[in-house]
Design a protein around this ligand. Structure first.
Ligand code: AHR
Length: 511
C-alpha cells in the first residue's frame, strides 16, 4: 500500500524528479510451455494512400531502383524484419476489390475508383501475381482478404482456385495464361473484413450465415490447406465474437479482432508529433487496454472452444493519428518514439496470450498509419516502430517465458498502469531474450531481473530511445530515433540488474 501511494506521488511530480525508480522482474525461465506464434509479428498492406503504389510498387520503368517493379530500398528493409505474414489487399478496400481486374497484361487491366480511400483511380497494376511474387521475395505467408461485402461466392471461390489449383482446372489455366505455371500455396484466407462496417454493415447473425456459405466453396486444391479467418469484432464488441463462436464455431480456424490506439472516429485524432505528456500517458493507457480487450474476447472463445481450435487474429492494430499536414497520401502519419512504445507494449501483450492469439498484423507496413517505413518519391526512412519490430523479431517461434513485474504505476485520467512492460522467451538455441520498456517519460528505472536460477554467461543488449518522447525520424535526419548498444547490465548469480533510462525500450539477449 505504502509503495503504491509513493508511486502515485512520484508520478505527480515526475517531471521534477531526478529519482531512480526500482522494479523487479521475475522470469520463470523453467515454466515456458507456449511457442510465440511467429505470425504475431505480421504486417498489413492495403491499397490505401501510398502503401502499395509508391511505397512498395513503383513499376519496372520507374527511376526509383527496383526489382521487377518492387522498390529495392523497401524490399531490403522489409527482408531484415523477417516478416512472417502479409495481409492484402485490405482493409475496407478488400470488400470492393474484384480480383479479376488485377490479372493479365497490366496495360489491359481495367481501372476502378478506390471509394474507400479518397476516390483515387486504382489502375490494378498491383494484383494477385504481384502480391504473391512479393510474398515469395519476402519469404512470408500471404494472407488474402476476400471480398464478401460486394463480391460473390463464385468470385471468391474462383480466386482460391486461381491461386492454388495445380490441375487442369479453368482458373489454373487462366493463371498459366498469365505467366504463372506453378500454383502458389495459400494458407490464410480472410472471409470479409469489418463486415459490421465498411465490409457491408451486417449484423453478426447475418454475417455468420454468409461466412458459412462463402467458406463452403473455398476449396482446398491439390493438398493446399486453408486457414479460414472470419471477419471479427472491433474493440469492445464482445457480442460479435459471442455470436460468431456460437453460429460458426470451428468452421472457422480464426476470428479477427481490430483494435486501434485512437482517440475516436469523429473529429481530430490528434497530431502524430505534437502532443503533451498527458496525451502521451493517455496513449500508453489506451494501448495497454488491449490486454483487457483480448482477455475478454478470449474468455468468450474459451467458453465455446475449450480445445482452442479457433485462433484470435488481431489483424489490424496500431496508432491512428491525424494525417500528416501537407501530405496528400491518405492516412499517412509520422511515427515518433511514442509509437515505438505502442508497438513494444502491444507486442509484449500479444506474446503473453500466444496460446490463443495466433496472428496479428500491425496497420500498416508502408506509408499508412503506424508504418514501419515512410517513403517520398525516391526517399525512404525507417520509423521507430520498425526498430521495435527488428528488436523484437527474436521472439518469433521462441518459447514464451511467463514473468511477473513489480513496479511503480503511472496514471492517465486516474487510470493506473504499470510503468514497466516486459516479455521474455527462450529460442531454439537456448538463448533467452527479454524485451522491456520503461514507459515513464522522466524517470530511469533500476530493474532487477530474476532468471529463476539460470546460469548467465553473457548478456548483450540494444536500446531504443531519444531526447524527447515526440522525437521522430525524417528523410533529412533518419537516425534521431535509432537503436544503439545497451551496456548498463550487471550480472549476478540469480540474474541481472539493469538501469534503463526514462522513455526507453531495451532488448536483452542472455546466454
Ligand atoms: O487500416 C485502415 C482501415 O482501418 C482498414 O481499411 C479498415 O479495415 C479499418 O477500419
Amino acid at each position: 500500500m505504502k509503495k503504491t501511494l509513493l508511486s502515485i506521488l512520484l508520478i505527480g511530480s515526475v517531471s521534477l524528479s531526478a529519482q531512480t525508480g526500482t522494479s523487479k522482474i521475475t522470469v520463470h525461465a523453467d515454466q515456458g510451455k507456449n511457442v510465440i506464434n511467429k505470425e504475431i509479428y505480421g504486417q498489413f498492406a492495403e491499397h490505401l494512400g501510398t502503401c502499395i503504389y509508391g511505397g512498395i510498387w513503383v513499376g519496372e520503368n520507374s527511376p526509383i531502383p527496383n526489382t521487377k517493379g518492387y522498390r529495392n530500398d523497401v524490399l531490403n528493409a522489409l527482408k531484415e524484419l523477417h516478416i512472417p505474414v502479409l495481409r492484402w489487399p485490405g482493409g475496407c478496400f478488400a470488400d470492393e476489390y474484384h480480383w479479376t481486374d488485377g490479372i493479365g497484361p497490366r496495360e489491359k487491366r481495367p481501372k476502378m475508383v478506390n471509394n474507400n480511400w479518397g476516390g483515387v483511380i486504382e489502375d490494378n497494376s498491383f494484383g494477385t501475381n504481384e502480391f504473391f511474387n512479393l510474398c515469395e521475395m519476402l519469404g512470408c505467408e500471404p494472407y488474402l482478404s476476400g471480398n464478401v461485402g460486394s463480391g460473390t461466392v463464385e468470385e471468391l471461390a474462383k480466386w482460391v482456385e486461381y491461386i492454388t489449383s495445380e490441375g487442369d482446372s479453368p482458373m489454373a489455366r487462366l493463371r498459366r495464361q498469365n505467366g504463372r505455371d506453378k500454383a502458389w500455396k495459400l494458407k490464410y484466407l480472410g472471409v470479409g473484413n469489418e463486415s459490421w462496417g465498411c465490409g457491408g454493415n451486417m449484423t453478426p447473425d447475418y454475417y455468420s450465415d454468409l461466412y458459412r456459405r462463402y467458406s463452403t466453396y473455398c476449396r482446398e486444391y491439390d493438398g493446399n490447406k486453408l486457414f479460414k479467418i472470419a471477419s471479427g469484432a472491433s474493440d469492445y464488441d464482445y457480442k460479435w465474437t459471442e455470436t460468431l463462436m456460437n453460429n460458426v464455431g470451428d468452421r472457422m480456424q480464426g476470428v479477427s479482432l481490430h483494435y486501434y490506439t485512437c482517440k475516436g472516429w469523429n473529429g481530430s485524432k490528434g497530431s502524430a508529433t505534437k502532443f503533451n505528456k498527458d496525451e502521451y500517458l493517455w496513449t500508453m493507457h489506451k494501448c495497454l487496454e488491449i490486454e483487457d480487450v483480448v482477455k475478454k474476447h478470449i474468455a468468450i472463445m474459451d467458453k465455446h472452444d475449450p480445445q482452442h481450435k479457433v485462433g484470435l487474429m488481431v489483424d489490424e492494430w496500431g496508432t491512428w493519428w491525424d494525417q500528416e499536414p501537407g501530405v496528400k497520401s491518405a492516412l499517412y502519419q509520422q511515427n515518433s518514439l511514442r509509437d515505438a512504445f505502442v508497438a513494444a507494449l502491444t507486442l509484449n501483450v500479444f506474446n503473453k496470450y500466444t496460446e490463443r492469439v495466433k496472428m496479428t498484423n500491425i496497420a500498416q507496413v508502408v506509408n499508412v498509419l503506424q508504418a514501419m517505413i515512410l517513403t517520398n518519391d525516391s526517399k525512404m526512412v525507417l520509423t521507430p516502430t520498425y526498430h521495435v519490430f527488428n528488436m523484437y523479431k527474436v521472439h518469433m517461434g521462441a518459447t514464451n517465458l511467463p514473468l511477473d513485474i513489480q513496479c511503480d504505476s503511472l496514471s492517465s485520467n486516474d487510470k493506473k498502469f504499470a510503468s514497466v512492460s516486459a516479455s521474455a522467451s527462450r529460442d531454439a538455441k537456448g538463448l533467452i531474450h527479454i524485451t522491456l520498456a520503461n514507459v515513464n517519460p522522466d524517470k530511469e528505472q533500476k530493474i532487477t531481473i530474476d532468471l529463476s536460477n539460470t546460469k548467465v554467461t553473457k548478456v548483450t543488449g540494444t536500446i531504443l530511445t531519444a531526447k524527447t518522447i515526440d522525437a521522430y525520424n525524417t528523410f533529412e535526419n533518419p537516425n534521431v530515433v535509432a537503436p544503439a548498444p545497451f551496456k548498463d547490465v550487471k550480472t549476478s548469480k540469480t540474474g541481472l540488474t539493469i538501469t534503463i533510462p526514462a522513455k526507453a525500450i531495451v532488448a536483452l539477449e542472455v546466454l
